[in-house]
Ligand binder design. Structure first.
Ligand SMILES: NC(=O)c1ccc[n+]([C@@H]2O[C@H](COP(=O)([O-])OP(=O)(O)OC[C@H]3O[C@@H](n4cnc5c(N)ncnc54)[C@H](O)[C@@H]3O)[C@@H](O)[C@H]2O)c1
Length: 423
C-alpha cells in the first residue's frame, strides 16, 4: 500500500497521543502513512517524540524546530498533522499550507472565526487539503448512534440534550486551557460536543446562550491528563493559576431539521458530575454512554421497552464501520467494545490518519473538512456572542463574523484584526 510521508508538527501531549495513532495504523493491514519528521518550537519535545517514534515504529523521524527548515530539508513530505496548542493553529497550520503541505489540524480549527476563515482561505488558494482531527464522532459507538438516527430507530428527532458538568476548580490538563487568548476549555473541549450535536442531528440554524467564568483560580492536580500523556511536564505546571477564559456555557439550539437542543457545558461544576447525551424522537429515545468508553447505546420505547444489547443492530441496518475501524475494533457492526482508554484513543486516531492519507492520495474530501471545523467552532462562539448580544444568533452570522463582541479582543491580541488607534 502506498505510504504518504507525513510530519507531526506540535509534539506536546496530543502529539504524543497522535504517535500512538500512527503506531496503531502501522500495525494494521491498512497502513498508508510514514512518519518521516517531527517538528516543535520546543526542541526537547520534538526530540522526545522522535525517540518515542523510534521505539514504537522502529525508525526515528527527523527532528526540526521550524516548519520552514523542515520543508526545505525534506521536500518529500506531503502532509502535516498539526496538534499544536489551540491558540497557534491559525499560524502553524497556515505556515504548513503555504509551504505546500496538506494539513490535518487538531480541533478546534482555530481559536476564533477569523482564524478559521483565514485557514479556509489559505487552503483554497493553495489547493491543499484542510482536515480537522475531530475524533469523538469516529468512535464506533457514535457511528452506530448516527446510523440509528438516520435509520429512524427513534422516529423523527425532536430534542437532543447534551450535558457535561464537572471539573470544579481543578486545572484542566494545561494552563493555556484556562486563558481567553490561548483557547479556553469551553472552546477547547466544548468543540467536541458541538461536533457531536451536529454529527447526530445536522447543522444548527440558531442558538441562544451565554457563557461564564466561575472559577477565577484553578489548582493543579496529579492526574497526568488523559491517558497520563502529560505527566512528563507536570513539574512545569504551577500549583495555582489565574483563569481569564470562560469555563461554562449554556445553550438552546434550533437545528435546521426542526429539532431543538439543550446544551450544557459546565466545566466549573461542583457536586454531582454529569455527562449525558439523549436524543428524543417521535417513536422513542436514544441514550448515549459518552465517548471513547465502548459502553452500549440504549434505545427506549413506550411501555418500558429497553434495547441495550446486540438487538440494537436490528434498528440500524445501514451501520458499517470502515475496513480499518472494523479491524481495529473487532467487527464492522460493533455495538460495544472493551479496551483500555489509551488503546481506544490510538485506534480512533489511527482512523483519522488513514483518512488524511487517503484524501492526499485520492483527492477525496475529508469528513471533517475546514467548513465542518468552522461550523463546530461557530457553534461554541454562538453561545458566547449570543450572551453578548442578548438575543438568539444564527450560525451564519457567527461564521461570517458579523458578530464578534467576544472574539474581537482575541483577534486584536493575535493580530487577526487591526487594533483600533485610541485618539
Ligand atoms: N482530540 C482530542 O481528544 C484532543 C485532546 C487533547 C488535545 N487536543 C488538541 O490538540 C492540540 C494540542 O493540545 P496539547 O494538549 O497537546 O497541547 P500542549 O501544550 O501539550 O502541546 C502543544 C505543543 O505544540 C508546540 N507548538 C506550539 N506552536 C508551535 C509551532 N508554531 N510549531 C511547532 N510546534 C508548536 C508546543 O511547543 C507544544 O509542544 C490542541 O488544539 C488541543 O485542543 C485534542
Amino acid at each position: 500500500m502506498e505510504r504518504t510521508p507525513i510530519a507531526i508538527v506540535g509534539c506536546g501531549g496530543m502529539g504524543r497521543r497522535h504517535l500512538t495513532g500512527v503506531t496503531a495504523l502501522s500495525h494494521s493491514d491498512f497502513c498508508n502513512v510514514e512518519l518521516v519528521a517531527v517538528c516543535d518550537i520546543n526542541q526537547k519535545n520534538a526530540e522526545d517524540l522522535a525517540d518515542e517514534a523510534k521505539a514504537s515504529l522502529g525508525t526515528r523521524p527527523r527532528v526540526f524546530t521550524s516548519i520552514a527548515d523542515m520543508v526545505k530539508a525534506m521536500p518529500e513530505i506531503q502532509g502535516a498533522d498539526v496538534p499544536t496548542d489551540t491558540g497557534s493553529h491559525h499560524r502553524a497550520a497556515a505556515e504548513c499550507l503555504r509551504a505546500g503541505l496538506h494539513v490535518m489540524v487538531e480541533k478546534p480549527l482555530a481559536i476564533t472565526l477569523r482564524g478559521c476563515n483565514l485557514l479556509l482561505e489559505i487552503a483554497r488558494e493553495s489547493k491543499k487539503i484542510l482536515s480537522v482531527a475531530e475524533n469523538y464522532r469516529r468512535d464506533p459507538i457514535n457511528r452506530l448512534a448516527r446510523a440509528l438516527i438516520d435509520d429512524a430507530a427513534i422516529g423523527t428527532p425532536q430534542l437532543m440534550i447534551e450535558t457535561s458538568i464537572g471539573g470544579g476548580n481543578q486545572l484542566f490538563i494545561t494552563p493555556w486551557r484556562h486563558q481567553k487568548f490561548t483557547g479556553t476549555v469551553t472552546l477547547d473541549a466544548g468543540v467536541h460536543n458541538a461536533d457531536i450535536l451536529m454529527y447526530y442531528l445536522g447543522d444548527v440554524e440558531t442558538a441562544y446562550g451565554d457563557a461564564r467564568l466561575y472559577e477565577k483560580y484553578r489548582y493543579k492536580t496529579t492526574s497526568g491528563g488523559p491517558g497520563g500523556f502529560y505527566a512528563k511536564w507536570a513539574d512545569q505546571v504551577p500549583d495555582r493559576i489565574e483563569a481569564t477564559g470562560e469555563d461554562a456555557m449554556f445553550g438552546f439550539l434550533h437545528f435546521k431539521n426542526g429539532a431543538l437542543g439543550q446544551w450544557i457545558f459546565h466545566h466549573a461544576g461542583h457536586g454531582l458530575p454529569q455527562h449525558s447525551r439523549y436524543v428524543y424522537g417521535s417513536k422513542g429515545s436514544l441514550t448515549s454512554p459518552g465517548d471513547r468508553n465502548g459502553r452500549p447505546l440504549k434505545l427506549h420505547f413506550d411501555g418500558g421497552v429497553e434495547i441495550s444489547d446486540e438487538r440494537i443492530l436490528d434498528y440500524a441496518p445501514s451501520y458499517r464501520l470502515s475496513p480499518l475501524a472494523a479491524q481495529l475494533f473487532g467487527g464492522e457492526r460493533v455495538w460495544t467494545y472493551s479496551f483500555p482508554f489509551v488503546e481506544i484513543d490510538a485506534k480512533i486516531l489511527a482512523t483519522e490518519y488513514h483518512e488524511f492519507a487517503e484524501c492526499i492520495q485520492t483527492g477525496k474530501k475529508p469528513e471533517v473538512d475546514g467548513q465542518v471545523g468552522r461550523r463546530d467552532t461557530a457553534l461554541v462562539y454562538a453561545l458566547f456572542e449570543s450572551g453578548k448580544a442578548g438575543r438568539p444568533v444564527t450560525l451564519d452570522e457567527i461564521e461570517s463574523v458579523k458578530l464578534d463582541a467576544y472574539q474581537r479582543e482575541i483577534d486584536e491580541y493575535l493580530g487577526l484584526v487591526p487594533v483600533p488607534v485610541k485618539s
